[in-house]
Ligand binder design. Sequence first.
Ligand code: SF4
Length: 202
Amino acid sequence: MSRSLDSCIKCDRIHQHLLYLKNIHKDYHNGPVKGSGSKDSDICIVGLAPGLHGANRTGDVFNGDFSGNVLNNCLAEAGFRKSFENNYPFITNAVKCYPENNKPKISEIKNCSYFLSNEILEMKNLKIIIALGKVSHDAVLRIFNLALSKYIFKHGVSHNLAKEIALIDSYHCSKININTKRVSKKMLRDIFSLAKSCQLKS
Ligand code: SF4
């Protein structure tokens, strides 16, 4: 049975928290946020979930907060131009609603895999998936029915998922990861440049 993203309330804990947020941040989107960009692209970037004051506010994925700015700037610096729409990565999240404290439960990630899976399956030219963080890495593996134990998350590592589809791991571009120097903007640019070079070769 098909499910509508816009009206999805499958995760009760998340739904209840969004109802609470609607009273606190009345002008925020406070609902599911779909992926953005062209599904004709051969690259898909999968983040964790909407940021409280980013996509959860604006309703646009990776838009309006620190991590969105870092992601978009690093993509531009790696040579991706939004004007070339079909070549610009499709950007989405493993979990489409803001989970309290940015910590989705495993059951919520599994609930939302329906929507991530649909987005990925619609990308007929898909060659590269960039997972921002281990949660996204695992969510992508589940969609491809691959054993999590066989594909270890490591920044900069590429895994073959299926014929002609590779998964590249990256640390998430979150404020905490940048501030603690777990990942730098250069490291992120290098990941996107690697994807860009694969795009140019194909
Ligand atoms: S996180 Fe996903 S599955 Fe859960 S309520 Fe939001 S859209 Fe639905």
